[in-house]
Design a protein around this ligand. Structure first.
Ligand code: ADP
Ligand code: MG
Length: 284
């Protein structure tokens, strides 16, 4: 499948922009949730991330775009602890989280989805939701003895959360279906719903509408807007230009592992360097 940007799945061209919103009452927290500083990652002779530096401000839907192979997914892997950088720093709410394990970063409130969702074989959608990337005290063997009540209560709370989120995402009718039997688009919705169960402060989505039909893409966009209005900060990779332009502000443009520019959708759309990068990268 082509990874070039498409205009196929337009969402309503919302003029609302996250940057115009006033910050919440979370006054003592920094305005910057995520700081990526001089990140570098080499694969042999290839430099996939090359001195990449950008911030994600609290309350924004920040876009991360760039031609195929620009290093977007690599940056996600570096931020979320799946790859260790060769150089550079990742800070989450001011804490240095560079190179720490993914589950620790998840526990600090940063959750990511994958460009290619993992196969959830042998379980229903509801079961898949229950093994979402959550903060689960039940996973600690020790706590089963020291706080068994808390574990049982937590499990009941998890079940209730799953039912609530299935309804909110309008996928409760899929709850009993095998997770491998639903469409790719529905799978993307399930992925987003699972990620939300962890109640992330910042959610990183890698191409949430790749291969998703326009109706489901619109539904995903609506869900992202709803969650954003409820206070979740997003860092969003997407190849579909109309999708990202209607949702994200600011947009960070990555090219050959480095940040080429950052700006509003309008600025990005009219920037010649961006057009050149996409032409050079082999697809507009
Ligand atoms: P994007 O998500 O922007 O399309 P990627 O981050 O997936 O780009 O890839 C950036 C470059 O790094 C590509 O040339 C890709 O082939 C390479 N790359 C990514 N992951 C690996 C890996 N695990 N091993 C070797 N090369 C990789
Ligand atoms: Mg990618």
């Amino acid at each position: 499948m082509s990874e070039s940007p498409t205009e196929g799945t337009a969402t309503d061209a919302s003029t609302e922009r996250a940057a115009e919103e006033t910050p919440g009452d979370d006054e003592e927290r920094s305005e910057i949730v995520l700081e990526v500083e001089n990140l570098r990652k080499e694969f042999g002779a290839l430099v996939a991330a090359d001195d990449a530096t950008f911030d994600v401000e609290r309350g924004t839907i920040t876009g991360l775009i760039g031609p195929n192979g620009a290093g977007k997914s690599t940056i996600f892997n570096l931020i979320s602890g799946f790859y260790e950088p060769d150089a550079g720093t990742v800070r989450l709410n001011g804490d240095d989280v560079t190179g720490i394990e993914p589950y620790k970063i998840a526990n600090k409130g940063l959750i990511r989805t994958f460009q290619t969702p993992r196969k959830l074989e042998g379980m229903t959608v509801r079961e898949a939701m229950l093994i979402g990337p959550q903060r689960q005290p039940g996973e600690s063997f020790h706590k089963l003895f020291t706080a068994p009540g808390a574990v049982g209560e937590r499990e009941r709370a998890n079940m209730a959360d799953v039912e609530r989120i299935l309804e909110e995402f309008e996928i409760d009718h899929l709850a009993r279906q095998p997770a491998t039997d639903i469409s790719g688009g529905q799978m993307k919705l399930v992925e987003l719903a699972r990620a939300m169960l962890a109640e992330p402060e910042i959610l990183l989505l890698d191409e949430p509408v790749a291969g998703v039909n326009p109706t489901l893409a619109n539904k995903l966009a609506d869900q992202i807007r709803r969650l954003h209005e409820q206070g979740t900060t997003f860092l969003l990779i997407e190849h579909d230009m109309s999708f990202i332009m209607s949702l994200a502000d600011p947009i960070v443009v990555l090219d050959q592992g480095s940040v080429l520019m950052e700006g509003t959708p309008g600025e990005v759309r009219t920037d010649e360097r961006v057009a050149d990068a996409y032409l050079g990268g082999g697809g507009v």
